[in-house]
Design a binder for this molecule. Sequence first.
Ligand code: HEC
Length: 496
Amino acid sequence: MTSSSLLASLQASGSLYLPLNDFGPAMAGMVIGGLGIIHVFLAQFAIGGGMLLCYFEWLAQTGRSHHARRFLNGYFQLLVLISFVLGALTGVGMWLTSIQVSPRTIGLMVDEFHWIWAIEWTFFTLEVVAGYTFYRTGKYLSDKLRLRLLILYSLASFGSLFWINGILSWQLTPGAWLDSGSVWGGFFNPSFWPSLLFRTVVSTTLGALMACVVINIMGELSQEQRQHLLHRVAHFLAPMAIMPIIGLWYLAVIPADSRSWLLGGSIAMTLFLGLAVASSALIGGYAAFGLWRRRFDINGPTAALLVALALGATAGGEFVREGARKPFTVRNTLYSNAIAPAEVASLRVNGSVTDDPYPIRERERFANKQLVLGARVYRRQCSVCHTINGANGVLHLAGSWTPNQIRLNLAKLQHTKAFMPPFAGNADELEALVQLILWERNEAPSQWPLSPRSDDKKLMTQLQRWLDEAGIAPGSTVYQRLVGQEIESDTNAEAN
Ligand code: HEC
């Protein structure tokens, strides 16, 4: 099914208005991002940990290391178990939050990729069964069976990464899917391979760092045995050497406007990217130095610190990957607020919340009906990325603006900041949203006049003109060039 026919069917089924939850001081997008970071960290550790278990089992069976078994049967397998159980739980948590934050986006993803997801779950089931069987029965099994079980666990956990990676990378670079609607075209999209390779290297790194912590808390090892095991583990850090190349490859395949956010266009993202790169470089540098001197040693606290650094790098990396998609959740198909680009034109005329059936929370708090309308518009179009007063709060951002400045900047939202979608409502909705911001800024008094006042004939005409000038294409210069439109100089339009 192509994206446009899918949207048509969404519209026809009347499912355009899906209920959105409000998460208080955190913006909705942050809730899913935060959970995602924990999930990714645990799941990737479970993959790297599994590979490390295979390696150590092999070392033990081939007589290359006499202590490897000890390590295997100790905390480490427990840790892998915990991480894949928690990984699974947070995975379910991701579903529960994503249907509250962006039901339409996740709906589109399920529509397009249900079979891929089914395959992923098959692998995941295999992972759980193999991992748990090893944990419960490993010590009674023959060497051959043990190794087979571990290899099965590793392949299955890597398999689940392989399948989910196609779906996630498709969101930023849908590739051939955009034209053909082909599932495989979307799955093997331009960022599929760099992203898969990158995550694989992150997995082995996490596995190795956690192993360093475990080796240090295994009290029964002599200094020499400890060193021996650590040196083996360090091999799993070596793939980090190719991280910079994969990182550059990834940067090269993502859309130009996304790249520009990362490389200075959005300072928050640039800083997070910088932190992720710096943390990774510190970990890699530490490993390289140890391996080069052929004496990789690392004590417990240092290892724990490196794990924390890796968590920071994961957080930074995921933040950047999610952020780089803005203003889309699925590039060129759905904006972050789940409005499709093709719908903006009609929403500009008919309004974006005209048929919104869902009640507004604390309805009695609002001083008049216009403010309730504003709250609906805000919920539909802004709440995924903003809060009123908390994280990325509009009052913080527009707190010092004059009323007309707010009007202009919201009317031309995609030009105000190109990582926002165009405003997708009519002039009445725009004014209601502006009133909401002004009212909240004045500490939400119980009396508030309607706007515009009856003697003000010009305001709505002005708003409409600003909306028309803004157009409906996304704001980045990349898009402006695509639609053959320069950002016009509007000297005479704004003079009045
Ligand atoms: C895709 C996510 C997203 C959506 C949807 C979104 N915004 Fe934003 N908005 C942002 C980000 C990110 C910033 C930048 C914050 C910063 O610079 O610190 C921003 C900035 C702003 C600013 C300050 C602009 C400036 O130049 O300083 C205002 C005002 C604003 N948004 C209002 C809104 C309103 C109102 C809506 C809904 C109609 C909305 N935004 C929809 C992500 C979004």
